[in-house]
Ligand binder design. Structure first.
Ligand code: NIG
Ligand code: FE
Length: 413
């Protein structure tokens, strides 16, 4: 099956040479071809270039993209979209003055979601989660990482991860699974954190690894949640079982979790709303991708990741949604890209690099996705007629997507 996209107003994020991720000042370069063609063969990008060089091919399908922009589908490297119910009650409580921390200390927050998840059947959880996967596909996401972490018991964590596995099998979007083993301390372990960490290390991690249910290991390393020492123990155990670290750090306090992540060769360190100079220094010359989650900063009213300082220091940044019921109930990568430009002062070029190739790297998919390159999977966004790619972050809140293609096939919107 061959599809030819022709007369593309601008083909965005074209990379002829393989590239793993983009850092520092390079992030402000977004290579494009104006008036372009793109050939997709059996779901993969087979050729692209200027329209004047368009080959005379026998194709099954021709799509005229006059006036429209084509770019790689978004790569959302940090989500928690498998969850049960919602927490709009807590949202109203926050409007009325309670803080996220106060809500969590009163048994709300992650424990609230865990209770709902434990009380839901695997089927019910699958149905609720699949609706969100379908929702994010419609919004242009072509690859996504999904975490467990609302189970808080071995059984409920396995239930979450099995739901993720089923989503992987049933949807053309690429999905990566993360065992967020230590997300909050369950009430049964209220006075026994060491006991819970041991349960994670001795039971949960080996079971998940045996059933091959996750590729990454995550910990919420934060004051009042899990310490740097807890984090190190869990990352060590995860690595022993082949799980690569991707961790929550520096969301509310900077306590050294970022350095623990680097020590254990984390693929990414995520959140980073609170960044000390030393945290920026630690990330230099590493292979660890810093991931910013501006939807969470927006929703909780906490600081934004200091993108300008990080990019000036030569670091890369990836952008992700953090889609979850408590701190970022939105999986809209278009909004994330816009917010990164508006609130973090990233340029459209930087934000699009961060939400495509750098996001792909942050979930180990940079060889398959995140750029328009020959041999990569044809997960694409085709916009409505717009003037330039900067219009995408500029027109925040508008739906500018005309069609989504996953493995070269149009997904009906
Ligand atoms: O990434 N920070 C930890 N975990 C989630 C939010 C959890 C929740 O409130 O449900 C996050 O923000
Ligand atoms: Fe998160």
């Amino acid at each position: 099956m061959t599809t030819l996209f022709k007369n593309i107003k601008e083909l965005v994020q074209v990379r002829e040479q393989p590239i793993s991720f983009i850092s520092g000042s390079e992030m402000n370069v977004l290579p494009t071809i104006k008036n372009a063609f793109l050939v997709v063969y059996n779901g993969l990008i087979a050729d692209f270039g200027m329209m004047k060089n368009c080959p005379d091919l026998k194709v099954d399908n021709i799509i005229d993209a006059s006036g429209k922009i084509i770019l790689p589908a978004w790569c959302d490297s940090h989500t928690h979209i498998v969850y049960a119910g919602n927490r709009e009650g807590e949202f109203v409580d926050r409007i009325n003055g309670l803080t996220y921390e106060e809500i969590a200390n009163n048994g709300g927050g992650i424990l609230n979601s865990a209770k709902k998840l434990q009380d839901s059947s695997e089927e019910e959880l699958y149905l609720q989660s699949k609706a969100r996967v379908e929702e994010v596909i419609q919004m242009g996401t072509g690859a996504i990482e999904i975490k467990s972490g609302y189970g808080l018991t071995v059984e409920a964590e396995l239930k979450m991860l099995r739901v993720i596995k089923r989503l992987k099998e049933n949807y053309p979007i690429k999905i990566k699974a993360t065992l967020l083993a230590a997300h909050a301390l369950p009430s049964e372990f209220k006075n026994n954190k060491a006991g819970f960490v041991q349960l994670v290390i001795n039971e949960l991690i080996p079971k998940v690894a045996n059933e091959n249910l996750a590729e990454y290991i995550d910990v919420f390393c934060e004051t009042g949640y899990f310490s740097v020492e807890d984090t190190e123990l869990i990352l060590q155990a995860g690595k022993k079982h082949g799980l690569v670290p991707k961790i929550h750090v520096n969301q509310f306090t900077a306590i050294g979790g970022l350095q623990a992540g680097i020590k254990y060769e984390a693929l990414s360190v995520d959140h980073l709303e609170e960044m000390r100079i030393t945290d920026i220094e630690s990330l230099k010359n590493t292979k660890t991708m810093p991931v910013a989650l501006p939807g969470c900063s927006y929703f909780l009213g906490i600081p934004y990741t200091p993108a300008r300082k990080m990019i000036s220091a030569g670091l890369p940044i990836a952008l992700a949604t953090d889609y979850n019921p408590g701190s970022s109930p939105s999986g809209n990568m278009n909004f994330v890209v816009s917010t990164a430009c508006i609130k973090m002062k990233m340029t459209p070029e930087e934000a699009i690099n961060a939400a495509t190739i750098n996001g792909a790297y942050a979930m180990g998919l940079e060889k398959q996705l995140g750029s328009i390159s020959i041999g990569k999977v044809a997960n694409l966004i085709m916009t409505k007629p717009i003037n330039s790619f900067s219009f995408i972050p500029y027109a925040f809140g508008s739906n500018l997507i005309e069609n989504i293609y996953l493995e070269g096939k149009m997904i009906c919107t």
